[in-house]
Design a protein around this ligand. Structure first.
Ligand code: UDP
Length: 246
């Protein structure tokens, strides 16, 4: 990682950045030849990493690591540190895309169910004229090498990897040396939203830290996954209490 200040949350070094700062850094990646990695952990991902040392190391190898979920922002507060704001991966992309279009940058969309990435590509082309869609591929492939070859033939500036966690973080980390891209981002369900397959929570929910509640209402099958939230909160509270004792 670079020398940006971080908050250590259960071992994950989340960077203290505003949306504008994160956007500037990410756009800077697209001007260099760095193969930079952007991870966007929420509390579920950090909880998983806190139980899996190897995954935590991968997460902490990111060049840009932002707080995707409101739970991470509250977690930092409990640990007597602050993150300036939530910087969700989806919002970071929304902030980058007009700038990328202006600069004529290219993006490759990898992930989600068949046809979703293509639909997302169509919408992005309409919404951001000037943005180059270098290529698309669904996220249910078996042959990594064929996908890597397609990406490398197209040499996008930015690679969106939307395979869900921990698959996307592992895939990026494990293949980073083979990939010819300037930057790559683990972006979860973003292609589902860009394609219009899934609706993003309305602003009210996002602003008030209730996006998880909206998603639970829409996708009740997420209930089991969401039990990670209170476990994460308890673990962070315990860490905060121990910190106070010392
Ligand atoms: N996905 C994929 N390949 C897989 C597993 C999942 O492409 O092997 C996709 C899935 O179709 C969905 C995304 O990864 O588009 C994960 O979305 P989810 O909303 O679960 O991500 P989150 O942002 O909550 O981590």
């Amino acid at each position: 990682m670079n020398n940006i200040k971080t908050v250590n949350i259960l071992g994950a070094k989340v960077q203290k950045l505003t949306m504008d700062e994160a956007t500037n850094i990410a756009m800077g990646f697209l001007k260099s030849e760095g193969k930079k990695i952007i991870y966007t952990p929420n509390s579920e991902i950090i909880l998983y990493a806190s139980r899996n040392e190897e995954f935590m190391e991968k997460l902490n190898s990111a060049d840009l690591m932002i707080a995707d979920g409101i739970g991470v922002v509250y977690g930092a507060k409990i640990l007597r540190n602050t993150l300036p704001e939530r910087v969700a991966g989806f919002d970071l992309l929304k902030s980058m895309l007009p700038l990328m279009a202006e600069a004529g940058n290219s993006v490759y969309l990898l992930g989600a169910k068949p046809t979703v990435a293509e639909k997302a590509a169509e919408n992005l082309k309409n919404d951001y004229p000037g943005l180059v869609i270098a290529g698309t591929h669904d996220g249910y492939f078996k042959d990594d090498e064929a996908v890597i070859k397609d990406i490398n033939d197209k040499k996008p500036d930015l690679l969106l990897v939307c395979l869900g966690f921990p698959k996307q973080e592992n895939w990026i980390y494990d293949n980073r040396d083979k990939l010819q891209v300037k930057a790559m981002i683990g972006a979860g369900g973003c292609l589902d939203v860009f394609s219009g397959t899934v609706e993003r929570a309305p602003e009210f929910y996002c602003k008030h830290g209730l996006e998880w509640f909206y998603r639970l209402k829409k996708e009740p099958w997420r209930f089991m996954r969401m039990t990670a939230l209170p476990v994460f909160a308890l673990k962070v509270l315990f860490k905060g209490w121990k910190y106070k004792q010392n």
